[in-house]
Write a protein that binds this ligand. Structure first.
Ligand SMILES: Cc1cc2nc3c(=O)[nH]c(=O)nc-3n(C[C@H](O)[C@H](O)[C@H](O)COP(=O)(O)O)c2cc1C
Length: 497
């Protein structure tokens, strides 16, 4: 009897201790069940998503999987050579060069050297000596009074607004350290472009940011003030870019911070439209007059035009007018349809504009036909990221190359493909302070510097094994490409690509 009382007492104590715990657990389970019931009911009642209506609760897994599809693809599915826009092999080489890590590979090529489209350079048995620091070229035609000596690999235009202030600062500091020029992009010149004093190409788009009056038109007064700043070495009139030729853009008022408002010369909290066309000119004649005017107002700095080629006949018309008016730009920045953007429409990104190598062939042919090639430097852009890309592009007709996304990857871009969402996880293509805080300019500028340096070193090594001493000696016959019949032919005999 006494034992039974003892057991009953022990049981009572256990219940007293564990009951509250069990109650807490039950409470959580009940809460979870109630949430599921509420979610299920809401799914069944809502009308926007059929999948949630037909498969309450379970339907959410589809959206979850869809949202992590790029990551799954990148980490588990894609091979070293089939990822887009940049495959793993290219991304790795940029990261390694930026971080000063070993960028060699072992065991042999992962490429099928007999596949259609395979490319290689013609090397010699007797390599030459190449000094990487000499791989520069001077930009400035006969009417230019302040020619600029540029590295053959530079930072392509990306505006403050599409990129964070920290990213712009790191790019400009890297450019300063490595003595290469940094294109401002069309969002004007911000304090982040100026902080470290790296050389700048000031890009002027249809919004005339940094040189616009209160109506959004070009302001001569404001242009003179910025163009004659010593940090601005060249000026580029943006006609179009490869990822969205002819499309303007809209910067929503909500994204216009005080810094952006200052850099662009636009009011706070008001949507800012970049139209598809320039208000200062609407014909070739007007464009050439504008080039001449900017050259005068900037006291003879190199003036260029950025475009993605649409048609050969239009470009030929431009050449004819240049000869007739005796006005030529000092450089043409040629962007291929494969080029990147902060945001564009799918149709434009995929189907408007000529790819880089087709366009390069056409504009070289036209400029030579009208004896203009000597006076105009060509800056090519469109997925140019390593030494071979630079060799191949210069051999096929450019004088120097610009990179946007290569430089972004040097900054730490992981190709999350979220530039348009303001949610870039590494703080590059976003204005969200909780994300940009992750990007430390002092650290990332060293990476931009190192990526540029190691890429130039690789160009120098390739030139050396070709028996050349400078990229200006490259010609189309230096590049061989396997055609659809299985033969290796030189880029010279192919029609431009
Ligand atoms: C995030 C981002 C922003 C860009 N902003 C500009 C811009 O302001 N002006 C411009 O002419 N091109 C802009 N571009 C295009 C690049 O300058 C370049 O022409 C194109 O991306 C091709 O180079 P890539 O293949 O090395 O990226 C931008 C590209 C990216 C990825």
């Amino acid at each position: 009897m006494r034992n039974q009382a003892k057991y009953a007492f022990a049981l009572l104590i256990c219940v007293a201790i564990f009951l509250p715990l069990i109650q807490i657990q039950l409470m959580w389970i009940s809460l979870l069940l109630v949430s599921f019931v509420v979610l299920g009911l809401r799914d069944m009642q809502q009308a926007r998503h059929a999948i949630r209506r037909n498969y309450p609760i379970l339907g959410h897994f589809r959206y979850l999987l869809e949202s992590i599809r790029p990551e799954i693809n990148q980490y588990f599915v894609e091979s070293n050579t089939n990822g887009m826009p940049f495959n793993r092999e290219i991304r790795s080489i940029i990261y390694q060069r930026a971080k000063k890590q070993n960028d060699a590979i072992g065991f042999g090529t992962r490429h099928d050297v007999y596949a259609n489209g395979h490319e290689c350079i013609t090397h010699t048995m007797f390599p030459s000596a190449v000094v990487p620091e000499t791989l520069r070229t001077t930009i400035g035609g006969p009417h230019c009074k302040q020619p600029y000596n540029s590295s053959i690999f530079i930072v392509s235009g990306m505006s403050f607004g599409s990129l964070s202030g920290a990213a712009i600062e790191a790019l400009n500091k890297g450019a300063k350290l490595g003595e290469f020029i940094h294109n401002s992009g069309e969002g004007g010149i911000s304090e982040y472009h100026r902080k470290h004093g790296g050389d700048l190409i000031w890009q002027i788009g249809t919004g005339y940011f940094g040189c616009r009056d209160i109506h959004g038109r070009f302001s001569r007064e404001k242009f003179i003030a910025v163009a004659n700043d010593a940090q601005v070495k060249m000026i580029e009139i943006k006609i179009s870019q490869g990822a969205k030729p002819g499309l303007g853009g809209m910067l929503p008022g909500g994204k216009i911070t005080e810094e952006i408002s200052l850099a662009r010369g636009v009011p706070l909290n008001v949507d800012v439209i970049s139209p598809g066309t320039h208000s200062e000119f609407s014909s070739i004649d007007g464009l050439l007059d504008f080039i001449e005017e900017l050259r005068d107002l900037s006291h003879g700095k190199p003036i260029g035009v950025k475009l993605c080629l649409g048609s050969e006949s239009e470009f030929e018309q431009l050449c004819k007018e240049m000869v007739k008016k005796q006005i030529v730009p000092d450089f043409i920045s040629l962007d291929g349809a494969e080029g990147g953007t902060g945001s564009s429409s799918v149709e434009f990104t995929n189907h408007v504009g000529l790819p880089l190598y087709d366009a390069l062939f056409i504009i070289n042919k036209c400029l030579k036909k009208y004896s203009l090639r000597e006076d105009i430097k060509i800056i090519a852009s469109g997925k140019i990221t390593d030494g071979f890309d630079i060799i191949k592009t210069i051999a096929q007709g450019s004088d120097l190359c610009a990179s946007a996304r290569g430089m972004m990857m040097a900054l730490g871009c992981i190709q999350a493909l979220k530039c348009e969402s303001n949610k870039c996880p590494v703080g590059i293509a976003t204005q969200n302070p909780s994300l940009t805080k992750g990007l430390v300019p002092a650290e990332k500028s060293a990476r931009v510097y190192s990526y540029h340096k190691k890429t130039i070193d690789s160009v120098a090594k390739m030139l050396s094994v070709m028996g050349l001493t400078h990229t200006s000696e490259l010609r189309p016959f230096h590049i061989l490409k396997r055609n659809s019949e299985g033969h290796l032919t030189s880029a010279e005999s192919a029609s431009g690509s």
